[in-house]
Ligand binder design. Structure first.
Ligand code: GDP
Ligand code: MG
Length: 416
């Protein structure tokens, strides 16, 4: 399907508002991700947003002409449209019209793999519908295929509203049950947990490629030059240089103007992040919008109350990044690690930094295990950093580094 894309830029932008040109470019990538062919991307300057059609009628006529000449079957706007705006735009343009949020929902629903992911998308869809319902009787009539009737009255509207809320509540309960199950799994997986590292970053920065590289390319994690190639969290075990292990989780990519009900809906992948001992923030050195992307990610981390977790800044794609960027003073101050997930350069340093960050507070301990305690020994190997294991007459003397908490758990296990 071919589509015409448009963003309206008001002349006076507030500080901190996303740059409409950048947002439009991103909208283009989102459309391509959804398998839509982009006919053209138009940045339309307006002095203020038109409440009924977003942009003025002159501009609309231009759009209509372009769409007809280029054979567009769809128009996508970067702004969130009110139901009235959407309806009016569709009427004038003679084309189906969607907005950014709708497009993102569409991509998410196609890409969700797990039951949880699918439920979350449904929930986000219902919240979207609900927010587009409030007081907009006529639009409701259209949505429910009642064009031609006079549209439902306030009572009917109230009925739909309640119906949507009930569905959302039911989905929420189902999701809670799944989460509880996962929390139990997390607790039961091992009574001694491995350190958790979450990989976060703007979409397309190279998170999946990095995890793939760190796990030795044994597992093919779906990496793709598309936005949101991954939706469900992937967790893999990664070996640290000192011999210990860490669990690394690849998360969904952040993006500017990510609709809030989606941020909430995708808590699952971010929930894993909340349990992290360490965050790897992956930056795309090759993107001209690296700073904007960084701010969008930090903003989201703050919103999710994750600002307390230590962060290592990982600057990726050194193989194709302009030289001056790699050498920029501002970057150097943040004690970053420069890597190329594609070529594998910088991986050793990255792993060393991860280990140093994870073990900064670890202390050295010694434990005498009975000779047959192989299982116990493997738990220690998996969750701590073993310095030595000496087999003697009394048993196995293990010296290892671990957190206080971890040591207590291990000692308990050894006694029990
Ligand atoms: P994610 O959305 O953050 O998970 O990003 P992906 O891992 O899917 O990568 C996005 C795109 O960037 C893919 O086409 C990767 O092949 C590419 N990519 C990732 N890391 C590098 C790198 O170090 N160098 C280059 N040149 N491309 C990379
Ligand atoms: Mg990915």
């Amino acid at each position: 399907m071919r589509a015409l894309l448009a963003a309206a830029a008001v002349k006076k932008r507030k500080r901190g508002d996303p740059d409409p040109a950048v947002a439009l470019e991103e909208l283009g990538r989102l459309a391509e991700t959804a398998g839509i062919e982009v006919l053209d991307k138009l940045l339309i300057k307006v002095s203020k947003y038109n409440p009924s059609t977003l942009i003025g009628s002159g501009k609309l006529e231009e759009l209509k002409k372009l769409a007809a000449e280029g054979g567009a079957k769809l128009a996508i706007f970067d702004e969130e449209l009110s139901p009235a705006q959407q309806r009016n735009l569709e009427r004038v343009l003679g084309l189906p019209v969607i907005d950014r949020t709708y497009l993102i929902l569409e991509i998410f629903s196609r890409r969700a793999r797990t039951r949880e992911g699918k439920l979350q998308v449904r929930m986000a869809r219902f919240s979207y519908e609900l927010s587009h319902l409030t007081g907009k009787g006529a639009a409701m009539g259209q949505q429910h295929g009642m064009i031609g009737t006079r549209g439902p009255g306030e009572r009917q509207l109230e009925y739909y509203r309640r119906e949507l809320r009930d569905k959302i509540t039911a989905l929420g309960k189902e999701l809670d049950a799944i989460r509880e199950e996962r929390a139990t799994q997390r607790g039961g997986r091992d009574s001694v947990p491995m350190p958790q590292v979450a990989i976060v970053g703007y979409t397309n920065s190279g998170k999946s490629t990095l995890l793939d590289r760190l796990t030795g390319r044994k597992h093919a994690i779906y990496a793709d030059d598309k936005l949101f190639a991954t939706l469900d969290p992937t967790t893999k075990r990664v070996r640290l240089p000192g011999g210990g292990w860490a669990l690394l989780t690849d998360t969904v990519g952040f993006i500017q103007k990510l609709p809030h009900n989606l941020v909430a809906a995708f808590r699952s992948t971010l929930e894993e992040t909340a349990h992290a001992d360490l965050i790897l923030h992956v930056h795309d050195l090759a993107s001209p919008h690296m700073k904007l992307q960084r701010d969008a990610v930090r903003e989201t981390l703050k919103e999710l109350d994750l600002a307390e977790i230590p962060v290592i800044n990982v600057y990726n794609k050194t193989d194709i990044a302009p030289e001056h960027r790699v050498n920029a003073e501002v970057l150097r101050k943040m004690r970053p690690v420069f890597v190329s997930a594609l070529t594998g350069s910088g991986m050793k340093e990255l792993l060393a930094r991860v280990e140093a960050a994870l073990t900064a507070k670890w202390e050295e301990h010694e434990l005498l295990l009975p000779s047959g305690a192989q299982k116990m020994l493997s738990v220690i190997y998996r969750t701590a950093l073993v310095k030595s294991a000496a087999y003697g007459e009394k048993g196995i003397t293990v010296r290892f580094r671990a957190t206080k908490e971890n040591f207590r758990r291990i000692a308990n296990l050894a006694q029990g």
